[in-house]
Design a protein around this ligand. Structure first.
Ligand code: ARG
Length: 566
């Protein structure tokens, strides 16, 4: 809708002999005064060497003749304040309601995007640190697909590095047979192995040797490794299923192994590899680096491949297999240096074509009330499954006495409320931000929460259920609450476009919340089921229905399931 209004304003600026790009229409920041505003006259005044008020008046005269506007006013120093007609809003609403995309435009230049998100290390359970990248990545996948892009989601498991050698060494020392490996056992073995590596030089050396042996496919090590990966992945899939997170591929670091020789050839050909203390490294400094950038280690002095090696090889593989325009990595911001190095190696060597956009969406952390990365009560790392269980139990307490939910549905509803609350609580923060995990707040049915959005939907379902014989139709708007809701709904496309441009699902969460709040106001102000005027009732029901459909779309993009009633 803003694009449509901006096009009209641009034409008006042009008609007056001014630069058309000045005609950008935005939502009014004083909604009591008007619905929309255009600040182009102030922006252009200097270049045009004319007082902004004069420019605004000239443009306003042209705009006033357009039937889309109910009012066009000029306010000093040069604001153009706009209200649209109800006819315009009704037409737009009817268009959106009758459109399979609910009025949200698709991008005209579809791109091929590989989305690499979360990629947990195998052999240890998912913990709360995996939550952000998993659900931000999932939401970006859904958003970009909906906008019309081709998206491939790849779970780049950490399954080929030193931690594998450590775990295999520890399993061997414990005398654990391949058949006895379970997810529970790995939970204990992984921390033991990494602790021993820190304190016992002999064990560390063994783990390094085993990592090299594995990477050279020593049959015994490889068999153990396969079992470890398989066991972990069963566990991952269960957790991801609860969170509504899914991937097209689970290639992992190990899959990149077969592309390493080709990558080494390219790096050698280009003379990029250099020997540094027994390791093969690539320099990636740029003039403006401050502090200086360390070289990327491609082959460690013990002969093992590194995290950088598998990531560069994976770019090579993705270029060959998918020919992407972009690769997005949703991974903790603390890995920023790693990605900078990898991207530079890939671009400098031509492994990534110059036009391939590589972007690290470095997510912030989920913190506890102490402001530090979230821990269990005793200071340990909290397993994701425990967090979900806790949240589900608390959601259950909240709905235990509800008469709106059938007894046999309560467990399922509680799980959905818990997941919605956790995901919305996370996704409503920009990915750069750290945020404080506050389950009580997230589960609240009021405020900017997932529960509130689900509750809004349940309320609408109940209204529409009672009016099932009606045929909703947009014929009139009464009152500003209805107009405000209408505008909120019609701005969805704008919000999604903004989210896509900034790779930031929080704009989708924000839009859902704005709509839910506008709906609450409308529900409070307007009589719906009790309305006697048939036209008003049909229009209000149509608003309810479009609100429901658009909120469901928002939730789907956030990867959140709604509930029928609550
Ligand atoms: N395995 C890594 C970790 O647990 C994350 C992998 C992210 N993806 C990538 N291509 N490096 O920290």
């Amino acid at each position: 809708m803003l694009d449509q209004l901006s096009a009209i304003a641009a034409a008006a600026f042009a008609q007056c002999g001014f630069e058309p790009t000045l005609g950008r229409v935005i939502l009014s920041n004083r909604p009591q005064l008007c619905q929309f505003q255009c600040d182009g006259a102030m922006k252009g005044a200097k270049a045009l060497r004319r007082p902004p008020l004069e420019i605004a008046r000239a443009v306003a005269d042209v705009l006033a003749a357009n039937p889309v506007f109910a009012s066009v006013d000029v306010a000093p120093p040069g604001f153009i304040n706009l209200n649209v007609t109800d006819e315009f809003l009704l037409q737009s609403l009817t268009g959106a309601a009758g459109d399979a995309r609910l009025g949200v435009p698709a991008d005209e230049n579809p791109r091929m995007i590989v989305l690499d998100y979360c990629g947990p290390n195998v052999a240890k359970p998912l913990h709360v640190g995996h939550l952000r990248p998993a659900i931000i990545g999932e939401s970006l996948k859904r958003l970009m697909k909906f906008i019309g892009h081709k998206v491939i989601a790849d779970n780049h498991l950490g399954d080929w590095g030193l931690q594998m050698g450590q775990v295999i060494a520890q399993l061997e020392e414990l005398g654990v047979a391949e058949a006895d490996i379970t997810a529970e056992l790995l939970c204990d073995v992984y921390p033991q192995a990494s602790a021993r590596s820190k304190t016992e030089p002999e064990f560390r050396k063994k783990a390094q040797d085993y990592t090299v042996a594995l990477q050279q496919r020593d049959p015994e090590k490889f068999a153990l490794w396969e079992k470890i990966v398989e066991t972990s992945c069963v566990d991952f899939r269960e957790n991801f299923a609860v969170l509504g997170v899914s991937y097209d591929y689970w290639y992992g670091e190990s899959y990149a192994d077969q592309f390493i020789p080709a990558v080494l050839d390219i790096l050698k050909q280009q003379n990029l590899l250099r020997l540094d203390n027994g390791a093969q490294v690539v320099d990636v400094t740029q003039e403006d680096d401050n502090p200086p950038m360390p070289p990327a280690i491609i082959i460690k002095s013990d002969g093992a491949y590194n995290y950088e090696t598998t990531d560069v090889a994976t770019i090579h593989q993705r270029v060959q297999e998918f020919a992407p325009d972009e690769i997005w990595y949703v991974v903790d911001k603390r890995q920023a240096l790693h990605f900078k190095q990898v991207f530079r190696v890939a671009h400098n060597s031509g492994i990534a074509p110059a036009a391939l956009r590589l972007s690290h969406i470095g997510n912030g952390t989920m913190n506890g009330s102490d402001g530090r990365p979230f821990k269990t009560r005793d200071g340990g790392t909290m397993r994701l499954s425990d967090l979900l269980e806790q949240a589900t139990a608390q959601a259950m307490e909240k709905i235990a006495n509800s008469t709106y939910i059938a007894e046999q549905d309560k467990a399922d509803v509680a799980r959905k409320i818990a997941v919605a609350s956790i995901k919305f609580g996370d996704l409503s923060n920009h990915w750069t931000k750290d945020y404080i995990f506050d389950l009580q707040k997230f589960l609240s049915f009021e405020g900017k929460t997932g529960s509130y959005i689900l509750y809004t939907l349940a309320r609408i379902n109940s209204i529409l259920g009672k009016a099932s014989d009606d045929s909703p139709q947009f014929t009139q708007l009464t009152g500003d609450a209805e107009r405000e809701l209408a505008i909120g709904l019609l701005l969805t496309g704008q919000q999604f476009a903004q989210a896509a441009a900034q790779q930031a699902p929080n704009f989708v969460a924000e839009s859902a919340y704005t709509i839910a709040v506008a709906f609450a106001k409308f529900y409070h102000d307007s009589n719906i089921l009790g309305e006697t005027c048939a036209q008003a009732r049909a229009s209000r029901l149509a608003l309810c229905k479009l609100t429901r459909d658009l909120l469901l779309l928002h939730l789907d993009i956030l990867g959140i399931e709604a509930v029928e009633a609550m």
